[in-house]
Design a protein around this ligand. Structure first.
Ligand code: PHE
Length: 418
């Protein structure tokens, strides 16, 4: 997941629903060294739904890089809870598309999150060498199976099943850094609409122009439906699965905010999975990102809270409520310095810290780094911020967690503590 926006905290800035919301964009267009050609099969596949079994996720495969911390989030389905901010945003988007094109869009929100690398990458033309395929960025169940890292993983199969206008909402998974806007599980909605020859003849536009115009009209309307009378602007972008590609930004509370990625679907995806002679648009948006902006939620972790002080603030259909912070419990800071090894990766560090500290870990930040001139070795110092949303933490419990972090970091990441 190439990112063009450097962040001060650790890790690659990668994604949708987060600071830099688009994972698959990149500043420059990578070469198209690809990817297996997708098979054109008319699918009457039986689709699996529900919470996966633990052994379907944590498989013992040498390629498996999924922890129980991640598995425990699966099946929580925040997007299917009508009174949860993520469910409220989903429904508001449904309502918008329903009002714009009554009956047109078929909605899916229970697609199984375990998908093949083919569906997640190949079928949407993600190049074989694209960084998003790296096990540093994506959760692998085994060499050919992943936790979907975007809802675009369902584009091709849904087209093959014959749908020409659909919205697919689901939980998506990305290995990443830790802070107030980054969480390894979040929610996306994918939208696709296919046009036929009759549509562009009726519009008097060429097929690509028609798709582009309808896409931009639909999404600007959506932004206004959610955020009121906001100013919108379009930024040229790159995604492997769309051409041309755009990002929508809105001017909200004095800042330009990136809200989604979209474009005219790469013709090959349609030709291989639908029928030739059609044109389509596609968009992908991060629900957490929208919910944080709309409801004034300052920390992405709070969406996973069971605390009534959070949950009771929102109710189905109400886009007007604003998050009222309740007392913030004190944070506890622990610093840890070590000599990094060539294999060291910040995402691996974050994953490990989270697997020990769970949601008590608010942030992991590199606060200092230097290279010893004589030995050429580099030392990084990380600050781990622990905080509970629900209670005060005791010194003993944090010290015990930090001790575990230190010993695991040394053993598992093979770095030398200082
Ligand atoms: N899948 C893209 C992402 O996760 C978003 C996107 C979807 C962009 C569809 C264009 C079209 O970053």
């Amino acid at each position: 997941m190439v990112s063009s926006c450097p962040r001060l905290t650790v890790g690659s800035c990668s994604f949708q629903g987060r600071v830099c919301p688009l994972a698959f964009k990149s500043a420059s267009r990578p070469g198209r060294s690809h990817a297996v050609a997708p098979a054109c099969v008319a699918a009457a596949v039986e689709l699996k739904t529900g919470k996966p079994l633990r052994e379907e996720v944590i498989t013992g495969s040498p390629d498996n890089n999924i922890t129980d911390y991640i598995y425990d989030k699966m099946g929580m389905d925040l997007h299917r809870q009508p009174d949860h901010p993520i469910g409220i945003i989903k429904q508001a988007i449904y309502d918008y598309f329903e009002a714009r094109n009554p009956g047109l869009f078929t909605k899916f929100d229970d697609r199984f999150p375990i998908v093949s690398t083919r569906a997640n990458f190949d079928e949407v033309l993600v190049p074989a060498d694209h960084i998003s395929r790296s096990p540093n960025d994506t959760y692998y169940v085994d060499a050919n199976t992943v936790l979907r890292c975007h809802t675009s993983a369902h584009q091709a199969e849904t087209l093959r099943a014959g749908h020409s206008a659909f919205l697919v909402t689901g939980d998506v998974y990305r290995r990443d850094s830790i802070d107030a806007t980054h969480y390894p599980v979040f929610h996306q909605m994918e939208g696709v609409r296919v046009f036929s020859e009759a549509d562009w003849l009726a519009s008097g536009l060429d097929p690509t122009k028609l798709a582009e115009r309808d896409l931009k009209d639909a999404l600007e309307g959506l932004a206004r439906h959610l955020f009121g009378d906001v100013e919108c602007r379009w930024i040229d972008a790159y995604f492997p699965f769309t051409e041309p590609s755009f990002e929508l930004e809105i001017f909200f509370k004095g800042k330009w905010l990136e809200v989604l990625g979209c474009g005219v679907m790469e013709q090959r995806i349609l030709d291989d999975n639908f029928k030739p002679g059609h044109k389509a648009w596609a968009f992908g948006l991060g629900l957490e990102r929208l919910a944080m902006v709309l409801f004034d939620v300052p920390d992405i972790r709070v969406f996973w809270s069971n605390d009534d002080r959070f949950l009771k603030q929102f109710s189905a259909g109400d886009l007007k409520s604003r998050f009222k912070p309740y007392s913030k419990f004190p944070a506890c800071y622990k610093d840890m310095a070590f000599w990094v090894s060539p294999e060291f990766s910040e995402n691996n560090l974050c994953e490990l810290v989270r697997s020990i500290g769970g949601d008590l870990v608010e942030e992991v930040t590199c606060i200092d780094t230097f290279t010893n001139k004589k030995t050429g070795r580099t030392s990084n110092c990380y600050r781990i911020v622990y905080r509970s949303m629900e209670r005060s933490l005791t010194d003993e419990e944090i010290n015990a967690l930090q001790e575990q972090v230190r010993s695991q970091v040394a053993q598992v990441l093979k770095v030398e503590l200082r």
